[in-house]
Write a protein of this length. Structure first.
Length: 566
């Protein structure tokens, strides 16, 4: 889950002053991304979350904040969060179901097993919760024994034959989950560490930041806006401080966490949001794209008929490159069945491939990208690509400061740089086609000028109603000229059998149809940078702004159909 800047793990490990950077050097993997990847494979159900670290008569501010927002996130995603804690977090989580364990713990091991049997959690997640060391004690960061003030919640992590996956966030070595790193903690950090491990540990400079990292990775996986804003986090910290919560390093009832300048919290949250946005520069198409876009449907079927004119080989293979939700792949399978053509749909977006597999179980789908530069793994007799090649991979950070949602709105110098970068990427995609093509390729994609009025409308509505997010949105697109396409074919040894350039109206005629079409290819991306309510409002505002739908639909499809021979 690397972004074009820092990874999620690099962000949450900034300002490390308790040795977590040493652990990261010894175990150089993306712990947060790995944990969330595993978590999202689980069935939805109850999730037990553990937090609350005793300091100077109260629970410290690190742990409850991250736990609250992670619990809220999981509830929004359809899980049922239950926070397991003790009396020092009383009333911290009023909106979240909570269970308070006595400081002396439950009387028998069977009682822990009973709670698990009762709720059947699909996962256990600990965030800054003290765990037992090799002496059987619970010790704070100064090595002081706090066992009498610490309910043994780590018993849930070592109970019976439990098969439920366990996750844990720690920032010092004495927390549940840090048993995975106990040897290096004991050696390098001169600390008697917690010996209780977990399946998926996450290390962070502040455990709250580790929880935010978990949420950021969930945004990437689910394509929903989930991270809390700094004002939300600030208000919640103020609330628990009012209940007595203390800074764990200062041991004082002040509005800070782990002795750090509170403004760093905003920096970390903003960096995580930026990482999510950069991640979504690898565009993901709506699963409803084929349903909402009449133009896409009509053009796609025309291209299938064009391919059929050239299919002469029986028992051949055909790659649908950039297949999206899979409706056209399915149509290809039906159209080409008489020729016994085996069709494979490929797309870079893992979630859309999973959707396609569910919707069209008779077709074969794989995750793949036409920007791969390595050697070909498979040769296909035919390659089909509809409305795919003008989508770019992640846009470099150097363009993020430009105004405008697509490159054609950038400044003149930035446009030239973007064009140079994008043509190099198209060179890679045409090289991929040349490398993997056995016979004929039929490609359809946008040319310079495509959907100009549509993008201008989107830009104006965003600028008017959502100026705070307008600057962050960059659709990863590039529409080449016909001359540039011909040069790409020549450079890669592809013979142009047929070339058709056309300028057409959108098939969508009414305002409703045009807005649905726009929604189909923008919704997932907008949800990565805007709240759901904002996105819903945006399409309403778009509808209102479209006073003349004829203007928006006229001559918007400026595209090219290419038939190529290897």
């Amino acid at each position: 889950m690397m972004t074009s800047g820092k990874s999620i793990d690099q962000i949450i490990l900034q300002y490390s002053d308790r040795g977590m950077d040493i652990i990261q050097e010894a175990y150089p993997v993306e712990h947060c991304a790995i944990a969330v990847e595993a978590f999202t494979q689980l069935s939805k159900g109850v999730v037990f979350l553990y937090t609350g670290f005793y300091v100077a008569g109260f629970a410290e501010t690190d742990g409850p904040v991250g736990t609250y927002f992670l619990a809220r996130t999981l509830n929004a995603l359809g899980y049922q969060s239950i926070i397991i804690t003790d009396e020092f977090c009383q009333d911290f989580f009023k909106e979240i179901d909570s269970i308070y364990i006595p400081l002396k713990g439950l009387k028998e091991k069977a009682e822990y097993e009973h709670l698990i049997d009762q709720y059947k959690p699909v996962a256990h997640i600990s965030i800054e919760r003290c765990g037992a060391n090799s002496d059987g004690q619970y010790a704070n960061m100064r090595g002081k024994n706090i066992s009498e003030f610490t309910a043994p919640l780590d018993n849930f992590f070592v109970t019976g034959e439990m098969q439920t996956p366990t996750f844990a966030v720690g920032d010092g070595g004495n927390e549940i989950g840090m048993g995975n790193f106990q040897e290096i903690i004991r050696k390098e950090l001169s600390l008697n560490p917690c010996i209780v491990g977990c399946d998926y540990p996450i290390i962070a400079s502040v455990s709250n930041w580790g929880a935010y990292g978990f949420i950021a990775c969930l945004e990437m996986q689910t394509q929903q806006s989930l991270l809390p804003t700094f004002p939300e986090v600030d208000a919640y910290l103020e609330y628990i401080v009012s209940l007595g919560s203390v800074d764990g390093v200062k041991a004082k009832n002040v509005k800070s966490v782990d002795g750090k300048d509170w403004i760093l919290e905003a920096e970390i949250l903003n960096a995580l949001k930026s990482a999510v946005i950069n991640h979504f520069n690898s565009f993901s198409m709506s699963a409803d794209y084929d349903v909402y876009s009449k133009s896409q449907h009509n053009i796609g079927h025309r291209i299938i008929r064009k391919l059929n004119q050239y299919v002469t080989l029986e028992n051949a293979t055909c790659l649908d490159l950039g297949c999206g939700p899979g409706a056209l792949t399915n149509a290809l399978c039906v159209e080409c069945e008489v020729m016994n053509l085996k069709v494979i749909g490929a797309d870079i977006d893992k979630s859309i491939i999973e959707q396609a597999r569910r919707d069209f179980p008779k077709c074969e789908f794989v995750v793949g990208s036409f920007y791969e530069e390595g050697p070909a793994h498979t040769s296909y007799d035919y390659i089909f690509a509809n409305e795919a090649l003008h989508w770019m991979p992640k846009i470099p950070n150097e363009f993020s400061s430009q105004k405008g949602i697509i490159y054609s709105f950038f400044g003149e110098e930035a446009q030239l740089k973007y064009r140079y970068w994008a043509l190099s990427k198209m060179e890679t995609s045409f090289a991929y086609i040349a490398r993997n093509l056995g016979s004929i390729a039929v490609l359809q994609f946008g040319l310079n000028g495509q959907l100009n009025d549509v993008y201008a409308l989107i830009q104006s509505v965003l600028d008017q109603y959502h100026p705070g997010v307008s600057q962050k949105i960059k659709f990863p697109l590039f529409y080449p000229t016909k001359e540039e396409v011909m040069e790409l074919c020549k450079n890669n040894g592809l013979v142009v059998v047929e070339s058709i350039v056309s300028v057409e109206d959108l098939t969508e005629k009414s305002r409703e149809e045009i807005v649905r079409f726009i929604q189909a290819f923008t919704q997932n991306y907008l949800l990565s940078v805007m709240d759901k309510e904002e996105v819903v409002a945006f399409y309403t505002q778009l509808f209102s702004a479209m006073s003349d739908p004829e203007k928006i639909r006229k001559k918007q499809w400026q595209r090219m159909i290419l038939v190529l021979n290897s």
